[in-house]
Design a protein around this ligand. Structure first.
Ligand SMILES: Cc1ncc(COP(=O)(O)O)c(C=O)c1O
Length: 425
């Protein structure tokens, strides 16, 4: 195996829930999807929205190719009006994942280290591992009304262990909390560069008073701060493959970042010409699309809250007393569950497996790195009818007063053995 790099190797197996889901799918038995956050498959947008997207793209398809390291000026000018950040401080990207990859190259040497929240979006540690960076975690702790970041005053000064930069997600995924004034003040003083993933910014509830980039520019920042966003969440268009970063902080640091990013981004030139030409039109369509997404989020959140009234052992965790952000909702359930596939395992995984056996797909909190075994995560973009129809199953199966149903068919028993084998690998 000497021909391959270590960083391209991903450990297989060990995720009991994902394997059980794959097996359930393979059986063809019904499975209600409460986890997808793909807006293109959530029945959200009517035909006229699809036609408007196609029209914007077709205009861009006629334009000549104009390579530009940071993206077409006209596209950045349109974005600048929405984000309230100067066009020169914007860089267009193929995706926020590409943004993370460029920022890893810009901000850290290899081997190196980056500070990430726990829990967080599960792709982040993998993206950084591919860049040769280890992750040092700082906690988001459950303060009761919501989750709050415990900022790392000082990470260990051991050689190679000090993170080169810090990443935060606001609104966070999956917990939904937003950076408050105190957190922004803390970040403003950080001596390390800070990356803020703000892809869910339009879905913060209550809405932020001004775009995050504009708020940052009003602060006396001590270091470089980079904000990430993209059409995937901003307009519910993951297939568009267009994202952006904005640069903030002391002028000399921003200028140096621009110089280096020009080199890095020019080696890739990822965003396609048609999508860049389409950006001004797509940004005009975004408010309407965000409204449809927000209606769905609100409708499903309400349905979940109403279900919890009938089942007081369940609780929707809000990011703050006033609201929540992002496209996931976190539900607190009793931590009393066991499952034959996780003999000495976590209660949240056991419960998620019972729910899978009953045809309901919800993530165990463990997949996002929660410490607590009481948390399940589901998408608030699920089809509302499918959500409402199956809430009684969730209520019945999480009832701590009722033992979980026994799994008795021979087929079930053999699946359990297979899962145990996968777990042991
Ligand atoms: C916090 C966060 N950032 C970024 C992304 C991905 O964005 P993109 O589609 O632009 O790569 C996701 C996707 O779910 C996410 O949850």
């Amino acid at each position: 195996m000497g021909s391959f790099s270590e960083r391209s190797d991903v450990a297989e197996g060990g995720n009991v829930w994902a394997e059980a889901r794959a097996r359930r799918r393979a059986t063809g038995l019904p499975l209600v999807d409460w986890v997808t956050t793909d807006p293109t498959r959530a029945g959200l947008f009517p035909e006229e929205d699809v036609v408007a997207f196609a029209a914007a793209l077709s205009q861009g398809a006629r334009a000549p190719y104009t390579p530009a390291a940071f993206g077409l000026r006209r596209a950045r000018e349109a974005l600048s009006e929405v984000l309230e950040v100067a066009p020169d401080r914007l860089v267009l990207l193929g995706s926020t994942s590409e943004g993370y990859s460029l920022l890893a190259k810009l901000l850290a040497d290899v081997p190196g280290c980056v500070a990430l929240p726990a829990p967080c979006y599960p792709l982040l540690p993998l993206l950084f591992a591919q860049e040769g960076l280890a992750c040092k975690r700082y906690p988001l702790v459950d303060s009761g009304p919501g989750f709050v970041p415990v900022w790392p005053e000082s990470f260990a000064q051991k050689r190679g262990a000090d993170p080169s930069f810090l990443v935060t997600v606001s609104p966070a995924s999956p917990t939904g909390e937003c950076l408050d004034a105190a957190s922004l003040a803390w970040l403003a003083q950080s001596r390390r560069p800070v990356v803020i993933d703000a892809v869910f910014e339009p879905y913060a509830a209550p809405l932020l008073p001004r775009p995050l980039g504009a708020q940052l520019d009003a602060l006396p920042l001590a270091s470089l701060v980079v904000v990430l966003g993209g059409l995937s969440k901003f307009a519910g268009l993951p297939q568009a493959k267009l994202a952006w970063m904005s640069l903030h902080g002391p002028a000399s640091l921003v200028a140096e970042a621009q110089r280096r990013l020009a080199y890095l981004a020019d080696s890739l030139l990822s965003p396609s010409g048609p999508i860049q030409h389409a950006l001004p039109a797509l940004l005009k369509l975004a408010p309407q699309r965000q409204m449809r997404l927000k209606q769905r989020l609100a409708e499903n959140t309400l349905a979940l809250e109403q279900a919890c009234v009938a089942a007081p052992w369940l609780r929707v965790k809000h990011a703050s007393p006033a609201g929540t952000g992002g496209w996931y909702r976190v539900i607190e359930a009793p931590a009393v569950f066991s499952h034959p596939a996780v003999p000495a395992g976590r209660s949240d995984v056991a419960l998620a497996l019972h729910l899978l056996d009953a045809g309901l797909e919800l993530y165990p909190g463990e997949l996002f790195g929660f410490d607590s075994e009481r948390l399940l995560v589901l998408s608030a973009l699920a089809y509302p009818a499918a959500l409402r129809a199956h809430l009684p199953t969730l209520i019945a199966l999480t009832d701590p007063h009722e033992p979980p149903p026994a799994r008795s068919s021979p087929d079930d028993r053999s699946r359990t053995r297979a899962q145990q084998a996968a777990c042991a690998r």
